[in-house]
Design a protein around this ligand. Structure first.
Ligand code: F6R
Length: 613
């Protein structure tokens, strides 16, 4: 999740912009940069790494001026290097642009620009936008009108973006535009601000204005004008911010974890964005293993730890179903110690949010020593695992601050489906129409997660009601089983109670002895082929006194007669259903722990990145 700041006013812009970027550091980033417009023209400075690196570069570079833009970049297209850091400029250096998001038709746009003679010097999608703006700004219809040029470019872009632009011809104008990602306007006296969130400017002003989809804002010292993409001026909502800085960082939520749960629709959109190429085929740019080698795979191992291991279990269902390849999923802490049989026809998929987990990193190293191919699925560009693998697939979920993984797991699920579909496409085990149809189903998931998030009041109420319990069981079958494990893990780590996830078919082989009068059992009973058997399992536990919480699909009443509490979810393809069931499990665990007065961002004894074996 990048951070963006724009400023025009009376103060030295560099100070205001860098201070704003510092306040947005919590969003996570791996490079940063600024552009300032003043008597010396439009000057740009950018550096890989933390803001300290930018500070050091700025120490030897005077950048006077009262108009500026700045950016902290969380790498998606291209490694976190100086060259890929924002701002980006056009061929003439007349304009500078910062960008958050993913331009899905970037490859096509870049090809066209290169054919028309533009020279692009970075690996980013952003730089293409700078050159498109250069063209539009010179064209007759929009000549010299920066806002009109931005509107015209936005209409040509597919994907999610926030753009902020400065141009040397316009010493009193910063332009911002947004689609799907956040951008807020800060309204001052003789100065105005743009930022990814209000944290960046609340030390200057607490008056703000929100922007809607596909709106373009013209920011001047004396005022702000907002238009839609057709150029029609629009009204907006002005509001007063009374959060302190800490609350602002959390978007007004009490904990980062709650904010991160809420960010999941956007995070999944980022993961799946830009994955269909101009030829209509699924493309995974970072997957640098040749088609011939992919066709030679004879088996797959998935290695991961904790919640990432649960994503791996879902990956097994997807890859076996679509690719007809045998898949073993193994906890990375065990993998290399049993000397697994690996060779040049084995694909090892390592899944890790941080890309630094020692157990999984060692599993990657072992697999490579044994000459297996290694693909890392990670949220962290340039992480150790990504660097040491043959290929990396980035989930683009944005930084996760809370220790317990939520949106990272969600985006890993999207990633394992995409990798499964890609392997199926290359190996020809699913025809292109079928791959596209599954992709279309996946593309509906962000809106369905949004829907689920809107239904969570009952789950929160139930969690508070049950929060005096000292154990909870979770049952599921098929893809519901890994999610039962995940529901239990979330509750253990956040609420410090015994929680166990089990395959529902197994309970009669022993665990049913745990059921006593009133034992809370969460049953993941969304629609799928094994559901009739699952309904029998629910009857069995209820007959023994369990207090059942049933998660069921809208319109499906097969398990509801046995539900003491019912949680409804929208329908989707059963293989994709974990992306919906995950949400109530996260909300349940967080609310349960908060009702016990616990800090859900920093659970005891846990670290975000476990770099020891
Ligand atoms: C659970 C959790 C952990 C991590 C595990 C692996 O909420 O956060 O179980 O999933 O430590 O971490 P990564 O994915 O960084 O390898």
């Amino acid at each position: 999740m990048c951070g963006i700041v724009g400023y025009v006013g009376e103060q030295p812009a560099l100070d205001v912009v860098v201070e704003g970027l510092r306040r947005l550091e919590y969003r996570g980033y791996d490079s940063s940069g600024v552009a300032v417009l003043g008597d010396a023209g439009l000057q740009v400075e950018r550096r890989a790494g933390k803001l300290a690196n930018l500070d050091a570069a700025l120490a030897g570079h005077a950048m006077p001026g009262t108009l500026g833009i700045g950016h902290t970049r969380w790498a998606t297209h291209g490694a976190p290097t100086d060259r890929n850091a924002h701002p980006h400029t056009d061929c003439t250096g007349a304009l500078a642009i910062v960008h958050n998001g993913t331009i899905e038709n970037f490859a096509e746009l870049r090809d066209g620009l290169e054919r028309r003679g533009h020279e692009l010097s970075s690996d980013t999608d952003t730089e293409a936008v700078a050159h498109l703006l250069e063209e539009r700004y010179a064209q007759q219809e929009t000549q010299g009108d920066l806002a009109a040029a931005v509107r015209a470019v936005c209409a040509d872009l597919e994907g999610s973006f926030v753009l902020v632009v400065a141009h040397r011809d316009h010493p009193d104008l910063v332009i911002g535009a947004r689609r799907n990602l956040p951008l807020v306007v800060g309204l001052g006296e003789g100065e105005n601000f743009l930022a990814s969130d209000v944290t960046a400017f609340i030390s200057h002003t607490r008056e703000a204005r929100s922007l809607d989809q596909d709106q373009v804002v013209e920011l001047r010292r004396t005022g702000v004008r907002v238009t839609d993409l057709a150029g029609t001026e629009v009204d907006g909502d002005q509001f007063h911010v009374d959060w302190d800085t800490a609350a602002a960082e959390k978007g007004g939520f009490e904990y980062f974890m709650l904010k991160e749960i809420q960010e999941q629709p956007e995070a999944v959109s980022e993961t799946i964005g830009g994955r269909i190429g101009v030829d209509g085929r699924l493309t995974l740019d970072e997957l640098s293993i040749s088609d011939e080698d992919i066709r030679g795979f004879e088996k797959v191992f998935i290695v991961a730890a904790g919640s990432s291991y649960h994503s791996g279990l879902i990956g097994k269902y997807a890859i076996e179903r679509w690719c007809r390849l045998p898949v073993e999923v193994e906890m990375s802490s065990e993998f290399r110690y049993r000397d697994p049989v690996l060779d040049r026809h084995t694909l090892v998929i390592a899944i890790s949010q941080s890309g630094e987990t020692a157990d999984t990193l060692e599993a990657v190293r072992h697999a490579r020593e044994q000459r297996a191919w290694v693909l890392t699925i990670s949220n962290t560009v340039g992480s150790s695992m990504a660097r040491e693998s043959d290929a990396a697939f980035y989930t683009r979920g944005g930084p996760e601050v809370a220790v317990a993984s939520t949106k990272a797991v969600m985006t890993q699920l999207a990633a394992v489906y995409l990798v499964g579909l890609y392997l199926a496409q290359v190996r020809g085990t699913r025809d292109e129409d079928e791959v596209r149809s599954h992709f279309r189903d996946l593309a509906t998931i962000p809106a369905l997660i949004e829907d689920v998030l809107g239904r969570m009041d009952g789950v929160r109420k139930l969690a508070r009601e049950l929060s005096d319990q000292d154990r909870v069981l979770f049952l599921g079958r098929h893809v519901g089983y890994p999610m039962a494990l995940e529901g239990a893990l979330k509750l253990k780590e956040l609420a410090y109670i015994s929680a166990e996830g089990m395959p529902a078919g197994e309970i009669k082989h022993g665990p049913i002895a745990l059921i006593d009068k009133g034992t809370p059992v969460v049953v993941l009973a969304t629609r799928h082929a094994l559901q009739p058997k699952l309904v029998t399992n629910v009857q069995e536990i209820r007959a023994r006194g369990a207090r059942t919480v049933v998660i069921a699909t809208d319109g499906d009443d097969s398990a509801t007669p046995y539900a003491d509490h019912l949680i409804r979810l929208p329908d989707t393809k059963s293989l994709l259903s974990p992306m919906l069931t995950l949400v109530p499990l996260q909300v349940f665990a967080a609310e349960f722990a908060m009702a016990r007065g616990l800090d859900v961002d920093q659970p005891r004894n846990l670290a975000k990145s476990v770099t020891v074996e």
